[in-house]
Design a protein around this ligand. Structure first.
Ligand code: 5GP
Length: 209
């Protein structure tokens, strides 16, 4: 995927006023604008599902990166299943859930993965699709891919709904990207701030107060 293949919402004009959409009242004070309305997210996922199915031969192990990736994962899997029903395409899916934590002291240069060694060994010779919510610096994903590689999967592809345009990026770009977003902290659509906002449908920019 190159940069023309994703939707760029990095400029100020991409922000929608809170007045133009329904926001739960318990969050009205905490977000400053809507960056990506829920309907646009869903429409974009339809297209991403199609791109993924078109590139897939054989069974796919779809790996949800918890917790932030769960909503994108659920909607993406639904869209892939819809494509199967409507187009007769046949991609066999199995679903895996992984909690990934980056070590904050970078010297350890790694991630903690919630799967056991035995469970990770099941990835050998499988086609994996990693489903992530957001790539910021790219450090977590690069560490995760290095770890997964040691279990010899047949292939690994990554989709992230969001990629942040930031000077802190290590240059990692996933195979399938929904949107490029500005260097701001975003919440909603399962992305949280201290566990809040996961239940907000739109992707919003958090207020700085
Ligand atoms: P990276 O290793 O790419 O710098 O960071 C990846 C992780 O940081 C993401 O999986 C996510 O958990 C968290 N993160 C980075 N930027 C944001 C953001 O704008 N909003 C939220 N909610 N989480 C973020």
């Amino acid at each position: 995927m190159n940069s023309t293949d994703w939707i760029d919402v990095t400029t100020e004009k991409n922000h929608y006023s809170l007045d133009h959409f329904v926001i739960p009242s318990h969050y009205e004070q905490d977000v400053s604008s809507i960056l990506i309305p829920h309907g646009v997210i869903m429409d974009r996922i339809q297209k991403l599902a199609r791109l993924i199915v078109d590139d897939t031969q054989g069974p796919l192990v779809v790996c949800c990166i918890l917790k932030g990736g769960h909503q994108y994962f659920a909607d993406l899997v639904n869209e892939i299943k819809k494509l199967r029903r409507n187009n007769g395409t046949s991609v066999q899916l199995s679903l895996e859930f992984i909690r990934v934590k980056s070590y904050t002291n970078d010297t350890s240069g790694g991630v903690h993965i919630s799967l056991t060694d035995q469970e990770l060994k099941e990835f050998k010779d499988k086609n994996l699709l990693i489903v992530e919510d957001i790539i910021d610096t790219g450090a977590t994903m690069v560490h995760l891919l290095n770890r997964l590689d040691t279990y010899s999967p047949k292939s690994v592809r990554v989709t992230s709904l969001l990629v942040k345009k930031t000077s802190r990026s290590n240059g990692y770009i996933p195979h399938y990207v929904g949107f490029a977003i500005p260097d701001a902290f975003v919440v909603g659509y399962a992305l949280d701030y201290n566990e809040y906002f996961r239940d907000l449908d739109h992707i919003c920019v958090i207020s700085v107060s």
